[in-house]
Design a binder for this molecule. Structure first.
Ligand code: AKG
Ligand code: FE2
Length: 316
């Protein structure tokens, strides 16, 4: 395996102290469960909508198969993402920035630890906007099930997220790591947006999600999309649907690529628990906010295990 050099470094990647997490933040891989995992839902199954809704309440994560997107398109997308990280570090460096407002950017995440040091994650991420799919949205499966699962109008969530949603594609690259016990590819986080649709390298696992307080590994399933709910759906659903903590771990032998398509509200959308989900027994758990204000707070908390939606929680 060729050595990898991060775009913002001057020598090939090696497991130097600035990548090594303090003991209490290490992944403890022997404790990760491989017996259970997130549901795999076949969109051709007549129970698909119920299954999705149940998965959203119990796991916040699921995989879908028979989604209708041609395999060839998915493969091309993953190949394009991999090709980017094959570019020489000097070429990738042209895109490197810490300015989150840049529309095209390459960056790497870090975690601030107790003594104030920043520990680098063993990965590099490239992101850019993607375009709305209005011209072919009618080809996609209808009635995805998030709204109807909560007995809401079919397009309720979509309406709340507003026109011109924020659409961001993010390719994450995890080079092989000499000791995956000491590092993380991506620190523990929830996704800040509404919905994430993700592809991952075939045959190389790395994504792990919390289920009942334990980490479980997400297996690779051929031609599947991994879907998870972000913070905005947790707030809109007043906590019924869950935005679940997840992380990426590294691997000794293989590099891994994941490609996430983030779908979020319009920047000016007002997000808060949907009225129809609130009654005397179910008081609102969050106050309303403008999505742009949520984003601003999100970036302020860079390098921490962010607690953004918690700021908007209402006391009960
Ligand atoms: O690599 C993965 O599968 C996880 C990526 C992820 O969580 C993210 O991009 O937000
Ligand atoms: Fe994520």
């Amino acid at each position: 395996m060729r050595s990898f050099q991060l775009a913002n470094e001057s020598s090939p990647l090696s497991l130097t102290p600035d990548f090594i997490l303090p003991e209490d933040k290490r992944p403890q891989l022997s404790e990760v469960s491989t017996l259970t995992s997130i549901p795999i839902i076949d969109l051709n199954d007549s129970m698909a909508i119920q299954n999705i809704s149940q998965a959203c309440e119990e796991y916040g994560f699921f995989q879908i198969v028979n989604h209708g997107v041609p395999e060839e398109v998915c493969n091309k997308m993953m190949a394009a993402a991999s090709d980017f990280f094959e570019l020489a570090p000097e070429r990738r460096a042209q895109f490197f920035t810490r300015d989150h407002k840049k529309e095209v950017k390459l960056y790497s995440f870090y975690l601030k630890v107790e003594d104030g040091r920043k520990i680098n994650m063993w990965s590099e991420s490239f992101s850019h906007h993607w375009h709305s799919v209005d011209h072919f949205i009618h080809l996609l499966p209808e009635n995805f099930g998030l709204s109807t699962g909560l007995d809401l109008e079919e397009d309720c969530f979509q309406k709340m997220l507003g026109d011109k949603p924020t659409l961001k594609a993010q390719a994450n690259f995890y080079p092989p790591c000499p000791d995956p016990e000491l590092t993380l590819g991506l620190a523990v986080h929830t996704d800040l947006n509404a919905l994430t649709v993700r592809l991952q390298s075939e045959g190389v696992t790395g994504l792990q999600v919390i289920k009942d307080g334990k980490w479980v590994s997400v297996p690779t399933v051929p031609n599947a999309f991994i879907i998870n709910l972000g913070d905005q759906i947790q707030v809109l659903s007043n906590g019924r649907y869950r935005s679940v903590h997840h992380r990426a771990v590294t691997n000794k032998l293989h590099s891994r690529v994941s490609m996430a398509m983030f779908y979020g509200p319009n920047i000016d959308a007002v997000i808060g628990p949907i009225q129809d989900l609130i009654d005397e027994e179910h008081p609102p758990k969050y106050k309303n906010y403008r999505y742009g204000d949520f984003l601003q707070e999100f970036f302020k908390q860079e390098g921490t295990r962010r607690m953004v939606k918690e700021l908007f929680e209402l006391p009960n």
